[in-house]
Design a protein around this ligand. Structure first.
Ligand code: GPP
Ligand code: MG
Length: 290
C-alpha cells in the first residue's frame, strides 16, 4: 500500500520553507504596496524599482498625489524587470525560460511578451501560483505561460530544458549552493542565469543592524556578496556581467517614503545602502559544460 503524501509535503521540505510559504500565502505586512501598484496595468511585481524618478509627481494637486506616486513607483519596478530581461540575450520563441520564485507573475508575463517564449514560473506559495495562473487565463496565454506550485531547489523539470533562468529578489530564501546546483542541471549548455538580489557587503566587515532588520521584516536570510560567486563557481555558472544597481535603486526607496503605502522597511533599505552594508546587485552568468 502506498501512503498518500499531500502535494504541500512534496514541495515544502523544511519547517523554514513552510514558514516562508505561509508568509506569502497570507502576507503579514501590508501587501497593498504590491496590489495597488499591480492594478495600474495588471503587472503584479514583488521586486523593487530602479531608474530616475519623475519627482514632479510630488508637486501639484494634493488630492491626486498618491495616485501619481503609485504610477511612478510601478513604472520604476517595471523598469527593473526590463533591465533584468535585457540580460537574457538572444531568446527565441522556441526557447523555454524559468522564473525562480515567480510571485504574482509580473516579470514572467513581461518575458513572454518580449520574447514570445514559453515561460514556467515556480513558487512555493499556492496562493501566488493560483493568482498568477488566473492572470495568465485573463491574458489568454495559458498555453505559453504557466505557474507551478514547486520548489526552485528541486523543480522536477527535465535536465537541460531551460534556455534561461532568473531569480528576481528570491535567493535570500534559499541555500545558494543547492539553488545553483539545480539551475545548472536545468540550463542547456550555454544557457543563461540572471540574478537580481540584495546582498550584504563583505567589505563592510559584518552584518549590519539594518540588514538584520530587513531579514526580520521579510523572514529571509540575506547572503553576503561573496557567497554568490562561490556558489556560482561551484556549479559551472560563469559570470559574464556584474552590475551594482545600488545607486539606481536608492531614488526608488526615497520616493517610496512619500507614499501612503510605505511599509516601514524603507528606512533600513536606505540606511544600509547609504552606509554601504548592503548592495543591490545584478549578476549574469552562463552555464558551461554539460
Ligand atoms: C520584494 O517583495 C522582495 C522580497 C520580499 C525579498 C527580499 C528582498 C531583498 C532585496 C532583501 P515585495 O514587493 O513583496 O516587497 P514589498 O511588499 O516591501 O514591496
Ligand atoms: Mg513590492
Amino acid at each position: 500500500m502506498t501512503t498518500f503524501r499531500p502535494e504541500s509535503e512534496r514541495v515544502l521540505h523544511t519547517d523554514y520553507q513552510k514558514s516562508v510559504a505561509a508568509y506569502w500565502n497570507n502576507n503579514p505586512n501590508d501587501d497593498r504596496v504590491n496590489t495597488v501598484l499591480g492594478e495600474v496595468d495588471g503587472l503584479y511585481h514583488h521586486h523593487y524599482g530602479i531608474g530616475e524618478p519623475d519627482l514632479s509627481v510630488l508637486e501639484g494637486a494634493e488630492d491626486t498625489r498618491q495616485e501619481r506616486l503609485v504610477r511612478e513607483l510601478h513604472r520604476l519596478e517595471t523598469a527593473q524587470a526590463d533591465v533584468l530581461l535585457g540580460q537574457l540575450g538572444d531568446v527565441r520563441p522556441g526557447d523555454r525560460l524559468m522564473d525562480g520564485g515567480s510571485g504574482r507573475g509580473g516579470t514572467s508575463f513581461m518575458a513572454n511578451q518580449r520574447f514570445g517564449c514559453r515561460m514556467d514560473g515556480v513558487t512555493i506559495s499556492e496562493y501566488q501560483a493560483g493568482f498568477a495562473n488566473d492572470q495568465a487565463a485573463e491574458r489568454g496565454v495559458t498555453d505559453r505561460v504557466q505557474f507551478h506550485f514547486k520548489n526552485m531547489l528541486d523543480t522536477g523539470f527535465e535536465a537541460g530544458s531551460m534556455r534561461g533562468i532568473w531569480t528576481n529578489e528570491t535567493t535570500m530564501y534559499v541555500d545558494l549552493f543547492e539553488l545553483f546546483a539545480e539551475f545548472s542541471r536545468l540550463l542547456e549548455p550555454g544557457g543563461r542565469y540572471v540574478c537580481i538580489t540584495g546582498c550584504s557587503n563583505d567589505v563592510f566587515g559584518a552584518r549590519s543592524a539594518s540588514v538584520s532588520w530587513i531579514d526580520a521584516h521579510y523572514g529571509c536570510n540575506i547572503h553576503p556578496r561573496s557567497e554568490y560567486f562561490k556558489a556560482l563557481a561551484a556549479n559551472n555558472l560563469v559570470p559574464v556581467a556584474v552590475t551594482d544597481l545600488t545607486p539606481a535603486t536608492i531614488p526608488y526607496w526615497e520616493l517610496r517614503t512619500h507614499s501612503e503605502l510605505a511599509t516601514g522597511v524603507e528606512k533600513p533599505f536606505l540606511t544600509s545602502y547609504r552606509e554601504g552594508s548592503f548592495q543591490y546587485l545584478m549578476i549574469t552568468a552562463d552555464k558551461v559544460g554539460r
